[in-house]
Design a protein around this ligand. Sequence first.
Ligand SMILES: Nc1ncnc2c1ncn2[C@@H]1O[C@H](COP(=O)(O)OP(=O)(O)O)[C@@H](O)[C@H]1O
Ligand SMILES: [Mg+2]
Length: 222
Amino acid sequence: MALLEVKNVSYYYQDGDNKREILKDTSAAFERGNFYTIVGESGSGKTTFLSLIGALDRPKSGEILLKGHNIYEDVKRYRQKDVGFVFQSYNLIPYMTAVENVSLALDIAHLSKKINIKGILAIVGITEDKTERVVTKLSGGEQQRVAIARAIAKSPTILLADEPTGNLDTDTSDFIVNIFNMLAHKMNMCIIMVTHNLEIAKRSDIVYRVDPKIKKLVKDNV
Ligand SMILES: Nc1ncnc2c1ncn2[C@@H]1O[C@H](COP(=O)(O)OP(=O)(O)O)[C@@H](O)[C@H]1O
Ligand SMILES: [Mg+2]
């Protein structure tokens, strides 16, 4: 049984009287210890797919199973505990420090204050001198590291990232990709990252492409 299984999922947006079909009867499977990327042209449905597996939106038909159980059996727990999110625009609280941003996320998830936040920030490469700095005084790459620390602090099994390197230069993107590889291979997480950058996709273990003609995810060899 796969860790996360997407089974025959369909999704459309309702546009007035029109149904705009994005995904049609698509299936995919994701395991721990792997770094996955999802590629596809702009508007093909990558973000939509990530929202569905993150339980931010619900399939019109089909199901998404975590270890064999539909994620909607306990969606609150799934969102709070099982998945972490990283976005293109970091979405940090600008007037708070790196430590405070991570701490706030843990409070919201009702998690123990015993978690070593500076240790987690160190894992993603935020050095001690930067941990107490207001995040707007950090570079873009550093802010994205803080966002990754925030997402992994609650030890989720699955990390979802939507174009996390979209605002970063090549060298900084490379560091972020190194972190994702490390989290998958050393910490046994399941990393699922949307990117339109094929050079980045090449550095992942498994690539899925959203094919807009058939509206399905297909495995790709980039
Ligand atoms: N809330 C919405 N209502 C209607 N259409 C939407 C909505 N969100 C996205 N879409 C459309 O669905 C398609 C897929 O969007 P998206 O998943 O964001 O694509 P991608 O991330 O691959 O660029 C696009 O054509 C987009 O315009
Ligand atoms: Mg998108």
